[in-house]
Ligand binder design. Structure first.
Ligand code: NDP
Length: 508
């Protein structure tokens, strides 16, 4: 039996009534034309915590039309960078002022701990402020070496109407990795959150209005991938799709958007390894591995769900990780001390358990956990911290994005084998290396097929640094200057100065 510190008292107060989330189209709030709604039952508390309008093709079409009109009339795209930055900075202030309201509903809908939700909702303000700074700093190039009579200018212009589709695991944070950057570039947007976690996105609509964003510049449609998401990826008036979610849906979107050659930016899954060399600061590495696998109950594209440990230190290292795992506070997400909360749905919980059972059947050893967890007073939609040893590269648990609090342990003998194991994956989102030798770290960074490589740390992130994946982890980048540039088109101007152009037609 696991000895976990489960907190059940002194929790944050529950809201008095479910939050009612409505579509936000052309600056107005709407119910669905057919009146349909969807209730979100909290994964941790088992009660209805929000009731959201369930969008149809009618609301989706209206939202796309509003975004198109707002883009074409220039009410946003024609503003100066300074004017756009002022609005984005106001949104950032309002996000901070509303942090607690956002965090409470985010916790109840997603199952994540309140302390983490506060960090993500309040912390997202920094993404908005950084995007605001880019709105002012954006510039193209000029070329004055093309001849004395030619000036070449490369302009950056907003790409147009952007569809933004987000998942349930970091609803407000992932939205803030996309929307402020698209707005900073001058684009207009249609946003669809996961129907499991619609409320903080709907609340953001209120804040955008209060901040003075012109009507139609950002529209929010609530509902399912079909019909809302699919129309957002195929409609002729949409110029770009920015999606975060599963690789399977990402591939579908690439195909459906391909008919009209829309630009598609994808942030998908990962099977992110941390490699631990014997000369590493093993205490710090063990802590980072523990954090990397349990953060957001492992429901994280950046989850470090596999570690590759040098065989000489594997026993001691895994023992240390198991010992640390026992001290992580799993439990009621509404308690301020909780570090790990509930699994998003019962179906997903079964899927996680299936991976662990299959690994056990294939000969792997479950050293810790490996089953459902009951939190007193809250039910069973929780999963134990789980460490699986003796995992071999061909096992499904070593290859699939488990998306749960489950660590797979593999071992290596030398540097080349470690790198081969790292790159033996369909994914290429992120990777980590632990060593005190700068040569080992640098060689690893150069050889790892991953969009982000951490050395002697895990999941430190900054708005300034681009984020995204190689291989089946996605295409394009988010945040940072590179993420911002995704929302810009490039237009070249060739300007002849004076009357130096030689005529093509010989006129005698
Ligand atoms: P999905 O990829 O199915 O969903 C992500 C978003 O896409 C949701 O808003 C969803 O809408 C929408 N969507 C679904 N189908 C379509 C479509 N045909 N066209 C346009 N949009 C669509 O992820 P899930 O939420 O179902 O999670 C399944 C698995 O995906 C997880 O177990 C995990 O492995 C992975 N995942 C990875 C994430 C990451 O961060 N990389 C994030 C989330 C999941 P709706 O669900 O409302 O119908």
């Amino acid at each position: 039996m696991l000895d976990l510190t489960i907190q059940t008292d002194q929790t944050v107060a529950m809201p008095e009534a479910p939050y009612v989330a409505r579509h936000f189209i052309d600056g107005q709030y709407h119910d669905s034309a057919d009146g349909r709604t969807s209730d979100r039952v909290s994964p941790s508390h088992g009660i209805v915590v929000s009731r959201a309008a369930l969008g149809t093709a009618s609301e989706t079409g209206a939202a796309i039309a509003a975004a198109r009109r707002a883009f074409d009339d220039g009410c946003w795209s024609d503003l100066s960078g300074k004017e756009r930055a002022i609005v984005l900075n106001r949104v950032a202030d309002l996000i901070e002022a509303n942090e607690e309201r956002l965090a409470v509903i985010e916790t109840l809908e997603s199952g994540k701990p309140i302390s983490q939700a506060r960090g993500e909702c309040g912390g997202a303000a920094d993404l908005w402020r950084y995007a605001a700074s880019l709105a002012r700093a954006s510039h193209g190039d000029s070329h004055n070496t093309l001849g004395t009579d030619i000036l070449g200018v490369v302009l950056k212009e907003p790409i147009g109407v952007v569809s933004i589709i987000t998942p349930w695991n970091f609803p407000f944070w992932i939205l803030s990795q996309k929307l402020p950057f698209a707005l900073a570039a001058g684009c207009t947007c249609v946003v669809k959150p996961s129907e499991m976690t619609p409320s903080t996105t709907a609340m953001l609509g209120e804040l955008l209005n209060e901040a003075g964003l012109p009507a139609g510049v950002c529209n929010i449609v609530l509902g399912h991938g079909d019909p809302v998401g699919s129309l957002m990826t195929t409609h002729k008036d949409v110029d770009m799709v920015s999606f975060t979610g599963s690789t399977a849906v990402g591939k579908l979107i690439t195909k459906s958007a391909g008919d009209s050659l829309k630009k598609v930016a994808l942030e998908l899954g990962g099977k992110n390894p941390q490699v631990i060399f014997p000369d590493a600061d093993l205490e710090s590495a063990a802590d980072a591995v523990t954090f990397g696998v349990y953060f957001n109950v492992g429901q994280c594209c950046n989850s470090s769900s596999r570690i590759i440990v040098h065989e000489d230190i594997a026993d001691a290292f895994v023992e240390r990780v198991v010992a640390l795992s026992r001290q992580v506070v799993f439990g009621n997400p509404m308690h301020p001390d909780t570090q790990v909360g509930a699994i998003v749905t019962a179906d997903h919980q079964q899927k996680i358990d299936g991976y662990v059972r299959a690994a056990r059947d294939q000969g792997a050893e479950v050293m810790l956990g490996g089953g459902m967890m009951e939190v007193p007073g809250l039910g069973q939609q929780f999963y134990q911290p789980t460490v699986v040893r003796g995992v071999t590269p061909e096992m499904e648990i070593a290859r699939a994005e488990v998306f749960g609090p489950v660590l797979s342990v593999l071992t290596f003998r030398d540097f080349d084998e470690a790198v081969a194991l790292v790159n033996d994956s369909a994914y290429g989102l992120s990777a980590g290396v632990w060593s005190e030798d700068v040569h080992t770290c640098l060689s690893f960074c150069r050889k790892a097929q991953a969009g982000t490589v951490w050395t002697n740390t895990w999941m430190d992130g900054f708005p300034e640094l681009a984020f995204g994946g190689m291989k089946e982890s996605g295409q394009g980048r988010e945040i940072g200057r590179y993420g911002f540039e995704e929302f810009l088109e490039v237009k070249s101007l060739v300007m002849r100065i004076g009357r130096s152009r030689a005529p093509w037609v010989k006129t005698g």
